[in-house]
Design a binder for this molecule. Structure first.
Ligand code: FRU
Length: 498
């Protein structure tokens, strides 16, 4: 048994247990994980251990703002119903006293669960400046309580080749290979400001050494690369990373922090990655720092922080939690692209089906039985037979007289736009995003998942995803359709939840 002696962790556990009780279930998302109390960012340690899915997260329990990072913790049997466990890590050692930053987890052959995370230390220098160092650290435990490894940190800047930043060195993602050895990837920045993903190796998971640069930015995608993940899928290898400070590029990448993937080939002998294709992972507003796991039945499932560093100020101050995870999404590589679909477990939450076949939308339309804020909506549209191509189609939701969020499609230029300008936000942050989608002759398939505070859109059976948070009052539960011109629409709607 592990006895938790650290004062900071004990305090956090006591605090969160009381604070959680002040949040009513209906003030949280119905099937997305939100912070137990206070602030949540990146998913951490997303893994299967002891018969359950574990999801840890960057956590500041005492405030709805980012602060000294702890690891929050929750478990689930179906990736949708989450049960909170006590906070797993607090920043209580010299090497991590300024934060237990992002990391990952796996099951060790001896039955313990291993966490690998970034320890942050800020030290005042003689000249008054502050030097920050980030190192990689371990903790092992039983699924609830964890002991930090006595030889922490296990990777420091001293392990890195010259020119690698000691300050931007974080977010280890660990995995066990078929031969029983371990690998991990971590984000790093070079002296010239370019992000890179470093690969490390270990025989036992505890003693680590630098292997090589797995991939480098080369001045292309933002600056520092955060939160890498690397895994085989559909005969290819996928490298996920979340670059900071992106410049926009067409409709593929937007300004600020983004999430992208490189898809390519990996020579497992020489451990050389050759990239063939790059793309955005989410084309909406709120999605960052995703992490994946492999389910016991072999699916690769990704979950992301359903937020964006540049749009954090969107919630009302009086809220008691900030930060949600996205839906877990099943990944596949099809025609060289990353596809995402909501985990199939979501289908078990469906009830109250309504279906409409071949409805004509021309102007405004509401459909009997189609409304709500926890909804799974599948629709496919095409031009009305014998009529010229329609000019615009829109779905509006979280709607009442005052508020609405909309998804609109212009077939002329194949642009799908998400717009939450009228969702109730009082802040001058990003409220719209446009995405180029694959549509021929005005045909498009959309699956729209609404939870109380979010919308996730899956285009053309997972070819693209667009995600946005919305904090519109729950009374705004209308859903309506609009077409400029004439659209034929098939629609299936389910309510979601227990
Ligand atoms: C990404 C990130 C990580 C870091 C963590 C700190 O959102 O900046 O790189 O580990 O958040 O909370």
């Amino acid at each position: 048994m592990i006895v938790i002696t650290g004062q900071l962790l004990r305090e956090a556990r006591k605090y969160e247990e009381t604070a959680e009780k002040m949040i009513a279930a209906c003030d949280r998302p119905a099937f997305h994980l939100s912070a137990r109390t206070g602030w949540m960012n990146d998913p951490n340690g997303f893994s299967f251990y002891g018969g359950k899915y574990h999801l840890f997260y960057q956590y500041h329990p005492y405030d709805c703002l980012w602060g000294p990072m702890h690891w929050g913790h929750a478990v689930s049997e179906d990736l949708l119903h989450w049960e909170y466990l006590p906070a797993a890590l607090a920043p209580d050692e010299l090497y991590d006293r300024d934060g237990c930053f992002s990391g990952s987890a796996l099951a060790l052959p001896d039955g313990r669960q291993l966490l690998m995370y970034t320890g942050v230390l800020r030290e005042q220098q003689a000249d008054g400046s502050v030097r920050e160092t980030q190192t990689q650290c371990l903790a092992a435990g039983d699924g609830t309580d964890y002991e930090k490894y006595e030889k922490n940190p296990v990777l420091t800047a001293a392990d890195l080749p010259e020119g690698c930043s000691a300050q931007d060195f974080r977010d280890p993602k660990i995995w066990r290979r078929g031969d029983g050895t371990y690998r991990c990837v971590a984000g790093n920045r070079r002296g010239d400001g370019n992000g890179q993903i470093l690969l490390f190796e270990s025989a036992d998971g505890f003693s680590w050494k630098y292997k090589k640069v797995l991939a480098g930015n080369g001045g292309r995608f933002g600056r520092m690369w955060e939160c890498p993940d690397f895994f085989p899928l559909g005969g290819k290898w996928v490298l996920l990373t979340s670059p900071q400070d992106m410049l926009p590029s067409g409709f593929e990448y937007h300004n600020g922090n983004g999430t992208m993937c490189l898809i390519g080939d990996f020579d497992e002998e020489t451990e050389t990655f050759t990239q063939r294709h790059d793309q955005s992972v989410d084309y909406g507003i709120d999605f960052y720092a995703p992490q994946t796991l492999q389910t016991p039945d072999g699916r690769r499932v990704m979950i992301g922080w359903m937020q964006n560093w540049d749009t954090c100020g969107i919630r009302a101050q009086e809220a008691r939690w900030f930060g949600q995870m996205s839906l877990p999404r099943e990944l596949s590589v099809e025609n060289g692209r990353l596809y995402q679909r909501p985990v199939r477990e979501l289908e078990l939450l469906r009830h109250d089906r309504r279906a409409y076949q071949g409805v004509t939308v021309s102007g405004e339309l509401s459909l009997e039985g189609v409304q709500g804020r926890t909804v799974d909506l599948e629709l496919s549209i095409r031009p009305q037979e014998g009529q010229e191509l329609y000019r615009k189609f829109a779905v509006r939701f979280a709607q009442n007289d005052k508020y609405r969020t909309s998804l609109s499609f212009h077939p002329g230029d194949s642009i799908l736009k998400i717009d939450r300008k009228f969702s109730g936000s009082r802040r001058a942050i990003i409220h719209q995003r446009r995405s180029l989608v694959n549509s021929r002759n005005g045909r498009l398939k959309l699956r729209i998942i609404l939870d109380r505070f979010s919308v996730e859109v899956f285009v053309n059976d997972g070819e693209q995803a667009l995600t946005a948070t919305l904090y519109t009052e729950q009374a705004a539960a209308g859903i309506s359709f609009y077409a400029d011109g004439a659209v034929r629409m098939d629609l299936v709607k389910y309510d979601l939840g227990d």
